[in-house]
Design a protein around this ligand. Structure first.
Ligand code: SAM
Length: 220
C-alpha cells in the first residue's frame, strides 16, 4: 500500500492522529526534502527510515518503488508541506501504482487551497484550481483562459511575484473583480484579505510582502 500523507502548511498541530500512526507504521517514508521531514518526524518522535523522492529523481526511482510495493512493502509519501501531488511531486508515482494495480490511499489533511478558498468569502461551490502560473511561456494564454471562467479560480504564488500577478489579473480580469489573497495560512501572521483586484494591488504595493500565498479570483 502507498499512503499519501499530508503534512502541516505551517502549524505543526495540523497533523492528524492517523497521519502520525501511518508515518510510524510504514516500512519507510519518501520525502520531498528529507531535512524538512526529519524536523517534523523529530517533533513527533517518529524514527521510520526516510529517503528522497523529488522532482529530480522521481522518474528514475518510481519503477523500483512500485516493485517494492508489489513485494509487500508499505510506503508513505510526504512533501515539504500540504498534500503530495498538489503542486508537489506524487502524480508520477501514484499513476504508476494505479497502472500496476498497487493500492493507493491518500489521508485527508493539510493543503493550502482548501482553507484559503473556504475563508475567502468568494463563491466556492464551484472552483478551478490552477496552481502556479507559468513564469514566461504560456502565461498570457493561461491568464486569458482564467479570466473567462465563470467560477472562482485559485492560484499559488510566491511573495516576490505577487504584485506582478495582481497587476496582470487586474488587466485580464478587470480591476474591479473581487479577489482574495490568503497569506501565511495557519501561521502567526496569517492574513486573508478579500477586495477588488485594484484595492488588493494598492494594499500590497505599500508592503514588503513575505510568506506563502494563495490568490483567488471570483468568476467572470
Ligand atoms: N502541496 C501543497 C498543498 O497541498 O497545498 C502545495 C505545495 S506548493 C509547492 C507551495 C505553495 O502552496 C506556496 O507557494 C503557496 O502558494 C501555497 N502555500 C503553502 N503553504 C501555504 C500557507 N501556509 N499559506 C498560504 N499559501 C501556502
Amino acid at each position: 500500500m502507498l499512503y499519501l500523507v499530508p503534512t502541516p502548511i505551517g502549524n505543526l498541530e495540523d497533523m492528524t492522529l492517523r497521519a502520525l500512526r501511518v508515518l510510524k507504521e510504514v516500512d519507510r517514508i519518501l520525502a520531498e526534502d528529507t531535512r524538512v521531514t526529519r524536523r517534523l518526524l523529530q517533533h513527533y518522535s517518529i524514527t521510520t527510515p526516510l529517503s528522497s523522492f523529488h522532482a529530480h529523481n522521481e522518474h528514475k526511482i518510481t519503477g523500483g518503488i512500485v516493485e517494492e510495493l508489489k513485494n509487500g512493502a508499505s510506503i508513505a509519501l510526504v512533501s515539504d508541506a500540504g498534500t503530495p501531488g498538489i503542486s508537489d511531486p506524487g502524480f508520477l508515482l501514484v499513476r504508476a501504482c494505479v497502472t500496476e494495480g498497487v493500492e493507493v490511499t491518500c489521508l485527508p489533511g493539510a493543503t493550502a487551497f482548501v482553507p484559503a478558498l473556504a475563508a475567502s468569502g468568494l463563491p466556492c461551490d464551484r472552483f478551478h484550481f490552477e496552481g502556479f502560473l507559468p513564469h514566461k511561456k504560456g502565461r498570457q494564454t493561461r491568464l486569458e483562459y482564467l479570466a473567462a471562467l465563470p467560477h472562482t479560480f485559485v492560484l499559488y504564488e510566491s511573495p516576490n511575484r505577487l504584485l506582478k500577478c495582481l497587476d496582470q489579473l487586474a488587466t485580464f480580469c478587470s480591476a474591479g473583480r473581487m479577489a482574495c489573497v490568503a497569506r501565511e495560512l495557519t501561521k502567526i501572521h496569517e492574513e486573508i484579505r478579500t477586495d477588488t483586484l485594484e484595492n488588493l494591488k494598492l494594499h500590497f504595493e505599500s508592503k514588503n510582502v513575505k510568506g506563502e500565498i494563495v490568490v483567488m479570483v471570483s468568476g467572470a
